[in-house]
Structures are given as C-alpha cells and as structure tokens.
Design a protein around this ligand. Structure first.
Ligand SMILES: *[C@@H]1O[C@H](CO)[C@@H](O)[C@H](O)[C@H]1NC(C)=O
Ligand SMILES: *[C@@H]1O[C@H](CO)[C@@H](O)[C@H](O)[C@H]1NC(C)=O
Ligand SMILES: *[C@@H]1O[C@H](CO)[C@@H](O)[C@H](O)[C@H]1NC(C)=O
Ligand SMILES: *[C@@H]1O[C@H](CO)[C@@H](O)[C@H](O)[C@H]1NC(C)=O
Ligand SMILES: *[C@@H]1O[C@H](CO)[C@@H](O)[C@H](O)[C@H]1NC(C)=O
Length: 315
C-alpha cells in the first residue's frame, strides 16, 4: 500500500485499524458480497454506518439520503464504484470525495443537487464515468470542476438547470468521449460562443445532440447546441448590437465634425490667402499703371518738346 499517496499515513493506519475492527460487518439493510455492498431501495435516510472498509463497489441508489459524510465515506479508500442515483443529495463539497480517490464510476443522477463545489472532484483523477443528470436545481458548474478529472470518458449532464458552460471547464478533459447535454435550458448568448465552438472542434460523441437545444435567445430557440457555433459567431462577431450602432454613429459624427471643422479652416485659410494675394496683386498693377502713365507722359512731353522745337532745330 503506497503510504504517501493517500490523505496521510495516520489516516490510513486509522482506517486499517477500523477495518480490522469492523471489516466483517454489513449494514443492517444491505447485502454484502466480496468487496461489494448493495443498499438499493432500502428507504435509507442517511449514509449507512458499518460499511466494510475494503468495499470496492457501493450501491446506495433509490434511497432518501440527503448528504454524503466525507469522514465515513473517506474510510473506503479502495472504493472504485459509487452509485448514489435516486437520492436527495443537495450538495457536494470540496472534501466529500477526498478519501475515495480511486473512484472510477460515480453516479449522482436523480438527486436534488444545487451545489457542486469547485474542487469536489479534484482528487478523482481516475474517474472514468460521471453522471450528474436529472438534477434540475443544478444551475451552474464552476470552470475548475473538471480540472483534475483527466481520465473522464463519459459525462452525463442531461436534464439539469444548466444554462451555460465555460469551455475552460473542459480543457483538461483530454479523454472525454461522450457528453450528454440534452434537456437543459441552454442560453445561447455570446458567452456561449466558445463552448459551442468547442463542441464543433472536439469531435465528441453527443448521442442526444438533437435534443440538446438552445432555449434562449428566441431567434436561436430550438437550434441544436452542437450546431449553433456558426450562427453565434455571426451574431457575436460580425453582427452589430444597438450599442454598436450608437458607437458607430458616434464615431461617424466625430469624423463628420472633424471634417467640417477641417473644411471650414481650409476655407478660411483659402479666403485669407486669396484676399492677401488679391491685395498684393492690386498694388502691383496699380504700380505698373502709374509707371506707364508717367512714361507716356514723358514720351508725350518729349514729343511735344521735339515737335515744338525740333523742326526749327533740324533746319
Ligand atoms: C431540494 O433542495 C431544496 C433546497 O435546495 C429544498 O428546499 C427541497 O425541499 C429539496 N427537495 C426535496 C424533495 O427534498
Ligand atoms: C490534481 O491532481 C494532482 C495529482 O494528481 C494534485 O497534485 C493536485 O493537487 C490536484 N489538483 C487539485 C486542484 O486538487
Ligand atoms: C445517468 O443517469 C440516468 C438516470 O439515472 C440514466 O438514465 C443514464 O443512462 C445515466 N447515464 C449514463 C451515461 O450512464
Ligand atoms: C449569457 O447568459 C449567462 C447565463 O444566464 C450569463 O451569465 C452571461 O452573463 C450572459 N452573457 C452575455 C454576454 O449576455
Ligand atoms: C429526444 O426527445 C424526444 C422527446 O422528448 C425523445 O422521444 C427522443 O428519444 C429523444 N432523442 C434522443 C436522441 O435522446
């Protein structure tokens, strides 16, 4: 037994001692076989005491158990199969499964789960099959819920209250093959885009994918979520919202205003320049005119002079 891999050697020694003391007991309402305890349909309202500590398979289905006690469940450090379907379990806490880290199969379907703490499954790195279906009060899953369950192959999330999932929650589910998502009120808004693209690119089996459909928004109601990636991409990336139109209008107005001001300034500059130019050229032409008059006057005078005095001079 690898002492270092469990929750601590003290715990294991304690379990071992208890095992010697109570290993041969069987809970009153249950049937015990080799490493297997069956308490199905016994009207149990609590987790049964005295479960043999070497139990590998435990069937608690079809009872009225409201919660799983981490301390006593944690004594079953060889447990690989735990069936709790059809009970009234309301919460799974971070430490609930901390002692049963060898679990391969966990069925929590048909319960009354409303909370699964983010690290509830964090020690279950051998878990292959997890059934959380038929828990209508389960409204959300944290993105770290499956961070360490990297062996998971079958995940059943049917008929819960889940409206959305974070695609980051599936990042470490590298072995996932089959995912059931039908019967949930999926809300296919833009936050759902990444998950819907994950569904397209991940090539998982969705045996129920025709029944896994969007409920909201109305324009996508009834769309299978495994196919909604492209319309969502159109809606969220190329499509403009009212808010975007306001933004575009605002930008347009700014450009328009800037253009108007620029045009006005250009106009003013042009007018000023033209005025200045006109004034300077008027001065010039006035100058020229004056000079020409002077010249002609001089010529005229000279002509007059020469006309008056020249003849007699020539003679
Ligand atoms: C289920 O859980 C809610 C609290 O989350 C509780 O009010 C309700 O009574 C429970 N249902 C049953 C059948 O025990
Ligand atoms: C995930 O598992 C590894 C070993 O399997 C462990 O060291 C780590 O603490 C676990 N993570 C969490 C969040 O429990
Ligand atoms: C999960 O549990 C439901 C109800 O108990 C059952 O119908 C379904 O087949 C189970 N899913 C898987 C993958 O075994
Ligand atoms: C989409 O819906 C979910 C679930 O109601 C909500 O948490 C999220 O904020 C919504 N996202 C957007 C972009 O509206
Ligand atoms: C889809 O839902 C309908 C009606 O609820 C049911 O008859 C059918 O078997 C379901 N199909 C799958 C593939 O789950």
């Amino acid at each position: 037994m690898p002492l270092a891999s469990g929750p601590g050697p003290g715990w294991l020694l304690f379990s071992f001692g208890m095992g010697l003391a109570s290993g041969l007991n069987c809970p009153v309402d249950c049937q015990c076989q080799t490493q297997e305890v069956i308490c199905t349909g016994m009207q149990l309202t609590e987790y049964p005491p005295d479960i043999p500590l070497n139990t590998r398979r435990l069937y608690l289905s079809d009872n009225r158990i409201r919660f799983l006690p981490a301390m006593t469940l944690g004594l079953l450090s060889d447990l690989v199969y735990l069936d709790c379907q059809k009970n009234l379990i309301q919460e799974v806490m971070d430490y609930t499964f901390i002692g049963v880290f060898k679990l391969i199969y966990l069925d929590l379907s048909v319960n009354n789960l409303s909370l699964i703490s983010p690290y509830s499954f964090s020690v279950l790195s051998n878990l292959v099959q997890l059934n959380l279906s038929n828990n209508p009060r389960l409204l959300s899953l944290n993105k770290y819920t499956f961070a360490n369950t990297s062996s998971l192959r079958y995940l059943d999330l049917r008929n819960t209250g889940l409206q959305t999932l974070d695609h980051a929650a599936f990042q470490n589910l590298i072995s996932l093959q089959t995912l059931y998502l039908s019967g949930n009120p999926w809300k296919c808004n833009c936050s759902f885009l990444d998950f819907s693209i994950y569904l397209i690119v991940s090539h998982l089996n969705h045996p129920d994918d025709q029944n896994a459909t969007c409920v909201e928004p109305t324009e996508l109601a009834g769309w299978p979520i495994a196919q909604v990636g492209n319309p969502l991409r159109y809606m969220c990336i190329t499509h403009l919202d009212q808010q975007d139109y306001v933004f575009v209008l605002l930008i347009g107005f700014c450009i328009f205003a800037a253009g108007t001001v620029a045009a006005w300034l250009t106009g003013v500059c042009a007018v000023l320049y033209q005025n200045a130019h006109r004034r300077s050229s008027e001065d010039e032409s006035e100058d020229e005119h004056g000079q020409r008059v002077e010249d002609s006057r001089r010529i005229f005078q000279r002509g007059m002079e020469s006309g008056h005095d020249g003849y007699p001079q020539l003679i």
